[in-house]
Design a protein around this ligand. Structure first.
Ligand code: DGJ
Length: 740
């Protein structure tokens, strides 16, 4: 039952407006000012962070009074004047900078004024609190509710907004941020994660200067490809893994997003996060609620490492579907076979799945369509019937065969898309997003279905539900989305074309909601031409995501390193493939730092390689719990040195796994010892090397005799003195299991 722990109602005071918050310290004794009710403070707290709002009783507006480490008592805040930053700045009255919200009322008045009405605080779990702050335009029946959820133990805050009005006609909203945060620091350093197909999550840090910096996308169907909906912001000084003040933020929205960073004339920074307002003005009907996606952020006073650990802990509990559960290891056939396979070949791969010791075989693209068979990416998308020549006995046969062999069966789909060469295109041209009077524009030879149309939603739902109903043994799905929107126009939306970007994503969520009601725990991998749709809006429906189509183990280290800043290892799928030229050991060690899987031609493996992989998979099953739910410590960044080192430590500090990769070696280069982190100083750990292989081991000078394997050290020693990690040979690696 909902338990309201406090509920405060304050009447709006219709006082004059001013550009600056007129609040100052409370009137001094003997001063001339009239006695008045004090400002209301709304403190939102986690274990180590406070976000504090203040209602100024002179103008009735809401301000952000503080964001950062806990300031102690509110009374101290009362005595000092905060900078008077509007908590949710509007457009049209006196705000001179970027607004959080902009609306034109039904009578044409383009201004919005928001005054505090009341707020309520609800304990929704013992360590999760939800605060609603109600704001209203004094002249119009237009209400904005700020929602702030605090995850107390994880030090994470989630914020979103609801907009509603009862005006006579629709109101157009142009900007509708999820959150607006303010900072007053000497300097601001922004870390962004940008990229492209097969180059996801490249980390870049820059100093923010006066004016506006925007990170955004306009891709429509996916959050990113060029820019991921995440950022880290360091205050005052550049932060590193262990030092400095950092905000790490991410928007839970699988479409166009925008983070706007604006430094004003006084050096204050406002960060406005939400759906990208670009070409997306929304006509809001009276009585309807416009709900923004969630902005999720954490504050760390101990550098980027702690910020990531906060987000990971939050994500496994609340952000990723079944984040505290386990995961299936899988053998995928995409890189091994592409589109060329038949039933016999697949039956052989089922055997390989078992032989390697993996849980599930995942059949990728190319299994469907008959009139226009899906033998390449130019045809068949949209026609979700088994291809009779490749699979004469249907999916059912493969599901059954998998069961007979003691493995599970999974399948790839891309239900939001269509090839022009398909029966779906021929039958339902009006279900496809395409501009009238313009040529169709293809990306990977395909078009996007118009999910805003309820009939298309029904179709997409039935593609999945129909397949699962016919084959209840299907144990895993990979849901792909291989293109963005271009030349897009929705027949269904008629004169509301500017709703397309927003409605598409909400329609996708409603299909996923419906599917999740019926199949709450079916593991589904989120994929979008690699990692083009990785965000916490989608991840509440997905158990994991495909991080990139780039499986070259060297390049992959950087990609996985990038994701690790915001997403927990349990959600990041890494496959051992034949793409890279590194040794099998190196490729295995790289895949192991997250959710390991395979996409490799098993029949081409040597005896040694097979044995190595079988052992690696067995070892992985023993240690994966530590990787999935342990605390991550990034020890040496591949951006700083010719090696990358990271480790995971379990909750009790009794077990850990360390990964060390030598990337390149210059002549005569030596590496410093690496001090471990997160261990219990008083405990003694046995250091055991796993994934030991003769082939491509760790290179000369680091033969078996030099390994730390089999030695025992105290936590104190490991953290103060450290281990030698790195070798004289490029592209070599080591994995240590540490056990108390
Ligand atoms: C893009 C994905 O990222 C790949 O893993 C693969 O599933 C292909 N699509 C199939 O078309």
């Amino acid at each position: 039952m909902k338990k309201l722990i406090s509920f405060i109602i304050i009447c709006t005071l219709g006082l004059s407006l001013s550009a600056q918050d007129p609040a100052g310290p409370p009137p001094q004794a003997g001063g001339q000012q009239m006695k008045q009710t004090p400002d209301i403070f709304i403190p939102l707290e986690t274990n180590n962070t406070s976000l504090i709002f203040r209602v100024n009783n002179r103008d009735g507006r809401l301000y952000q009074s503080w964001l950062g480490p806990k300031p102690g008592s509110i009374d101290n805040l009362r005595q000092t004047r905060d900078a008077g930053h509007s908590a949710y700045a509007t457009f049209g009255t006196d705000n001179l900078f970027e607004p959080a919200i902009r609306a034109t009322h039904n009578d044409g008045n383009p201004s919005l004024e928001l005054k505090y009405i009341n707020h309520e605080v609800e304990n929704i779990r013992p360590d999760v609190t939800l605060t609603r702050i109600f704001l209203k335009d004094p002249q119009y029946p237009f209400v904005v509710t700020l929602f702030i959820k605090t995850f107390i133990s994880e030090d994470v805050i989630e914020q979103w907004t609801e907009i509603k009005h009862d005006e006579k006609k629709p109101v157009t909203i142009f900007n509708y941020a999820s959150s607006m945060l303010h900072f007053d620091a000497e300097k601001y350093w922004l870390t962004q994660f940008h990229g492209d197909w097969a180059e996801e999550m490249k980390l870049q840090e820059s100093w923010l200067t006066a004016g506006i910096k925007i990170l955004d996308t306009k891709l429509g169907t996916r959050a990113h490809m060029y820019q991921t909906p995440v950022f880290m912001l360091s205050l005052n000084e550049k932060s590193d893994e262990n030092n400095g003040e950092v905000i790490a933020g991410t928007l839970g929205w699988s479409g166009n997003f925008r983070f706007l960073f604006e430094i004003d004339e006084k050096g204050s920074l406002r960060v406005i996060s939400g759906i990208n307002p670009f070409a997306s003005e929304y006509s809001l009907e009276p009585g309807k609620v416009f709900k923004t996606p969630s902005m999720i952020f954490t504050y760390s006073a101990k550098g980027k490492g702690q910020a990531s650990r906060n987000l990971h802990r939050w994500a496994i509990k609340y952000g990723v579907l079944d984040g505290t559960g386990s995961r299936l290891t899988l053998l995928n056939n995409w890189e091994a076979t592409g589109f060329s396979f038949d039933e016999k070949k697949l039956t052989g791969i089922l055997d390989d799945t078992k032989k390697l010791g993996l849980d599930v075989f995942l059949l990728d693209d190319g299994w469907f369509a008959n009139k226009y068979p899906r033998n390449n990416d130019r045809a068949g998308l949209g026609d979700w019937q088994e291809n009779k020549s490749k699979l004469p006995n249907g999916l059912g046969y493969l599901v059954k065969e998998a069961g007979n062999k003691g493995v599970k069966f999974g399948i790839w789909i891309e239900p939001e898309m269509v090839n022009p060469k398909s029966e779906l295109y021929e039958t339902h041209p009006d279900w496809i997003l395409k501009l009238p009077n313009r040529p169709e524009h293809y990306y990977r030879n395909q078009l996007v279905l118009d999910l805003t149309n309820p009939k298309v939603q029904e179709f997409v739902y039935n593609v999945v539900d129909g397949m699962l109903a016919a084959n209840p043994g299907i144990a895993f799905i990979k849901w792909d989305c291989n293109r963005m929107m271009t030349n897009a126009y929705s027949v269904y939306l008629k004169d509301k074309q500017s709703h397309l970007y927003v409605d598409y994503v909400n329609s996708l969520y409603s299909v996923l909601d419906r599917l999740r009601q019926k199949y709450p725990h079916l593991p589904i991998m989120l994929c979008s031409g690699g990692g083009g749709r990785v965000d916490y809006g989608a991840l509440k429906y997905f158990t994991e995501f495909w991080a990139s189509d780039n499986t070259d183990a060297l390049e992959r280290i950087y990609i996985q390193w990038g994701y690790s800043h915001f997403f927990p290892a349990i959600s990041v799928c890494n496959h051992v493939t034949s793409w890279g030229k590194q040794s099998l050991k190196f490729r295995t060690d790289v895949a192991m730092m997250g959710k390991m899987g395979y996409d490799i031609e098993v029949e081409k493996m040597t005896e040694n390689e097979l044995k190595f992989s079988q052992n690696a998979i067995a070892d992985y099953n023993r240690i994966k719990e530590i990787i999935y739910t342990g605390d991550l410590y990034r020890l040496v960044s591949p951006y700083d040195e010719n090696r990358a080192v990271l480790m995971y430590v379990n909750d009790s500090g009794s077990r850990a796994v360390l990964f060390g990769y030598t990337l390149n070696v210059r002549y005569g280069e030596t590496f410093n010892r690496v001090k471990l982190q997160g261990l219990d100083r008083g405990k003694t750990y046995k250091v055991q090397e796993i994934n030991v292989s003769d082939e491509g081991r760790r290179g000369p000078g680091m033969g078996p005799g030099m390994s730390e394997s089999g030695r025992s050290y105290t936590g104190e020693y490991l953290m103060n003195v450290g281990l030698n990690i790195g070798s004289a040979t490029p592209l070599t690696s080591v994995v240590y299991e540490l056990t108390e």
